[in-house]
Design a protein around this ligand. Sequence first.
Ligand SMILES: NC(=O)c1ccc[n+]([C@@H]2O[C@H](COP(=O)([O-])OP(=O)(O)OC[C@H]3O[C@@H](n4cnc5c(N)ncnc54)[C@H](OP(=O)(O)O)[C@@H]3O)[C@@H](O)[C@H]2O)c1
Length: 204
Amino acid sequence: MRLTILGATGGIGRLLVPLALDEGHQVTAFARAPEKIRQTDPQLRVLGGDLFQPEAMAAAIRGSDAVLSAFGPTTLRRTHLRRDFGRTIVQAMRLAGVSRFIHVSTAFLFGEGGLVFAVMSKTLFRNVTEDHRESEQEMTQPDLAWTILRPPRLLDGRPTGHPRVVAGHLPKGGFAISRADVAAFMLQEAVAPKYVRQVVGLSN
Ligand SMILES: NC(=O)c1ccc[n+]([C@@H]2O[C@H](COP(=O)([O-])OP(=O)(O)OC[C@H]3O[C@@H](n4cnc5c(N)ncnc54)[C@H](OP(=O)(O)O)[C@@H]3O)[C@@H](O)[C@H]2O)c1
């Protein structure tokens, strides 16, 4: 497949690029800091550009079968970057005539996970959660084939290879998942779509 990866320089994205190449896919990584991507491969195209600029993003994703996004700012302050990114990706997909995308959001939006999740999503992660909510609202357009993944806490380390996946809910008692498992699931969902226009919870 021809895949475009957004957020390719981040924790999930850095795992996703080699995983996709190993499976034989053609990969375009579109990043604001393309110099961070050291890997070279005949099947890898690295493009630098602005992830809030629809025409630039459209140029990167044109001809792709699917777009995989692990974009996300690190600030805990109030920001609209995720919302604006959501708006941009929708415009870019339409401009490029590509409809399939898979994006990483947050499990906080389920409103599940008990007291700890409820408190965290209303205190330390309140701004992040709101920005994710607005981003999802931008992204979940009826003319596009989106899948929104909502993982809980992301961990480094080895994949389990068998994360629990539940459409519309956080898996019961799920508190964490490895970035490696998220990356593998994103790729699996691109190759064999099972959750089109669905919000998906996944955890260890
Ligand atoms: N951390 C958690 O426990 C957790 C839990 C649930 C969900 N999530 C969500 O999962 C997402 C992906 O996780 P991760 O660990 O892979 O994140 P990460 O390592 O922080 O990577 C985020 C990616 O987004 C890019 N990015 C951030 N701000 C940007 C901007 N203004 N313009 C262009 N690119 C920008 C980064 O590019 P640069 O390399 O150029 O900075 C990087 O490629 C998170 O961002 C978060 O929204 C996280």
